[in-house]
Structures are given as structure tokens and as C-alpha cells.
Design a protein around this ligand. Sequence first.
Ligand code: ADP
Length: 506
Amino acid sequence: MTLQRDDALAQGPGAAASGPAIKIRARDINVFYGPKQALFDVSLDMTEKSVTALIGPSGCGKSTFLRCINRMNDTIPGARVEGRIELDGEDVNDRGIDPVVLRARVGMVFQKPNPFPKTIYENVAYGPRIHGIASTKGELDAIVEKSLKRAGLWAEVSDRLQQPGTGLSGGQQQRLVIARAIAVSPEVILMDEPCSALDPIATARIEELIDELRNQYCIVIVTHSMAQAARVSQRTAFSIWANWWKLATQAIFSPIPETAVPRTISPVGSVKDAAMNEHIVKSYEDELNALTAECARMGGLTEAQVADSLDAVIKRDLTLAEQVVARDERLDILQADIERKAIRLIALRQPMANDLRRTVAAMKIANNLERCGDLAKNIAKRTMVLADVEPIATLTRSIERMGRLVSGRLKDVLDAYTASNLERALQVWSRDDEVDEHYNSLFRELLTYMMGDPRTITACAHLLFVAKNMERIGDHATNIAEIIHYEITGDEMMSVTRPKTDDLTP
Ligand code: ADP
């Protein structure tokens, strides 16, 4: 399983010489329903001849995103789409694109099978006829037969083509709808939870069909089931909340090994299965514990990086500054590893409730820590410049005070995380404005120096960035406190209610 970061995503997996070509490229998609924003800056590539699954809880915008691809959102009053979606490099929202033609190229299968109230034959023949794909009855017959065969339905219905489509079973109806989509020779098939109304056997049949169809089409499937995403897709885009897609879309995972997840639904469990499940559950707990421990370890390393960067600036210690810069890569590696493990755990183990929150929290905290590491590295780099200019003792002391405060907050919140101590996390959260106050007074102090003696401008400008970085580290500590609150209580704290002092940032 490999995680791709934004830069890799920007080029797209198809950019690799050996990788599949990108069929659909979505960039910075924002969708609004009236005043309400449902999607925030989603960027995602979907490749040729493969299945991309979109998973995430209800309401995070999976269907909304899917509907952007064939412009179905155009049909919803008040819906507005921003951003760019390309199909083979062509902007689907371009005025020159006819939505009817687009929807023939990009077929859609919905949650509930929706055959027309017509015969089985007419359900499939309808599209090719209106799009003028078949000119003779013979050609139409051939398309109907071929499409039903591709949808794995021909053997079951070839002797009753003139009977109503609505008379078929749920699973058969869904395959009929897929045959109807295939009949107009689409390039992409969008599926919005195509199995959620089906029983396990019909689901298994549709999953097999999806696997067969991917040899020819680009398939994008929305599913609630992480196990299904793992079974049917080669790549999965994962979202926790509507505004979390940006991160989520980095989390594209490569094929899960065949052995990891059964392709078909297992028969009723045996005693042997039960013993095996126990083993799985145990290793699942181990995995979860290992994830939390790794996150705590990353926290320790981040604390050290922040404290050392501060010492480097105050003591003008270039060796220490160089060490901080060199060590930052370890944080990047840890963060990527935690994210990879968390997503794998979610996809393969499907944790519920507390466990899901623990997993998500570890991933989000690792993200915040990685950002703190970047800020510490930036502080250390400035030491290298500051070492060449005359020190200003009073300012150094102010920076030190602010730095100690920020380091202390980071330490407290990480201790709260390790001890699962909500009260302690909330204490850090409620003191968010202390850092802002320090920053604001330091900002004024720096301005005074710069105006009083222009020779100090270089040093003061660098110190201002150091202070800003410290303030941001303080904000990350507050974020972590909010994540701990979410992990422990299941409720999100609205960041708008954060105690904040007016920001004086120019
Ligand atoms: P998902 O498919 O992940 O369950 P949706 O894309 O259906 O999520 O919905 C995303 C958000 O947009 C939800 O908050 C939902 O209430 C809202 N939404 C979806 N469709 C509409 C609509 N037609 N009008 C207004 N709001 C909508």
C-alpha cells in the first residue's frame, strides 16, 4: 500500500510511465447547494480500466462528487459547481459539451435499481436507439444481446426478453440497469452504492461483474462498505468529512493483496473461522495500539524538535539548528507511515465507534505534528541567518518566553493524548489566546525596534517569522486538543468558538 501526496497527485498516477492513463481529472472541486457548501477543494484522479471507490460516512459528499462527473448536479435547482473536471483532458463543464452526450459517455447506476417500465429488451435497446447507435433491427438485437451478456444477465433472460424489466429480482434489475448503461458504449460508469439495496448473493454477483467490466471501463463507485471498496477497487479515495477530502484524496491506496480480503462473500462461519476471527481481532487491537503508540512517539520527537529549534535560535547554536533540519525527515516518514497504517486499518478492519475515532485521531494528530515539525525546521533555518547579525537581548528573551509557552502547550496536549485525559486537553484548548497575546505584544516590540533602528530590520524580520511559526505551533496544539475531544467524546468542537485574541498579522 503506498500513499501518494499532493505533488504526486497533481501529476496523477497516470504520469508514471508504467501507470494507467488518467481518464478523469478533478481539480479543486467545490459544490454549493444554495448557501451551503457540500464539497471543499476536492482533487482526485480516476484512471482508465480500473475501479476507483469513494468511501466515507453519509453526508460527506460522495454522491455530490459523483454527480459532478456527468453534470447531474446541473439538474438540481440551486446547485453550483466550481473547479475543473476533465474527461480525457476536456472540461466537462465547457459550454461546448452537450450534457446529453456527456451522460452517454459517462453512464450512471444508482442505489436503487431503476429499470424503465418497459420490456427487458426495450430497457437495453432504448439508449442505442435514441442516440442513433444502431441503424437496423439486427444491429439493435446484437447490441442488446452483447450488453446483457457483458452484464452477466443474458443466460437468465434470453428466453423472456419481451417481459417487463420490473419483473426481475433486485439483483437482476441492477444488472439490467448496468446492461442499459453499457449499451450506449460509455467510457465511464459511475455507480452510486449499487449494492446497498441487494442481498449478499446479488451483491457478490454485482461485485464480480464490476471486476469484469473494469477491463474495459473507468468505473467510479460510491460505497458505504470499506470491505467492498477493498474488494472491488484498485484505488480508493477516502473521506471523513466534507472538508476533509483534500487530505483524504492523498490517501489513495494501491491494490490490496488478494489474500488480504476475500473476493466473494464467505459462507456461514465455522468453528475454525471463529478461532481465526479471534486471532484477527487480537491482531486488530495490536494494530490499533501500535498506531497510537507510534503517534505518541512521533509526538515526543516533535516536542524535541520544537524545543531544540527554540534553543538553537536563542543560543545561536548552528550545530543544533542543523540537527533539527536533518531530523525533520524522520517526522515526515512517521506521518506517512501512520497515515498509511490508519487507512489500511480502516479499510481492512472496519473499526467502529471508539476504535474508528482512535484511528482517525491518530491520523489527524500525526498530520498536525508533521506541520509542527516543518515549522520547527523553518525556525532552525532562520537561526543560520540570525547568527550573522547582532543579537538583541530583550527580543531574544521575549522569543524565549513565547517559545517556552508554546513548547509547554505542545507537551501538555501530547501528555493528554497519551493519557486519554480530556480535562487536560481542554485546559490546553481554553488557553489558546495566551500564545496569541504573546505574539501580538512581540509583534509590537519588533515593530518598535525596526522603526527605531533600521539596521535591526533583517534580524527583526526573521524573529517575526520565528514568532509567527511559534504561534502556529500553538494553534496545532489547540487542534490536537480538539482532536482529543473528538476521540474521547465523539463530538467535534467548533473551532469558531476558540478563544482568540485579535490577530495583528499584517
Ligand atoms: P453522501 O453521498 O456522502 O452521503 P451527499 O453528496 O448526498 O453525501 O450530500 C453531501 C451534503 O450535501 C449533505 O449535507 C447533503 O445534505 C447535501 N445535499 C445533497 N444533495 C442536496 C440537495 N439536492 N439539496 C441540498 N443539499 C443537498
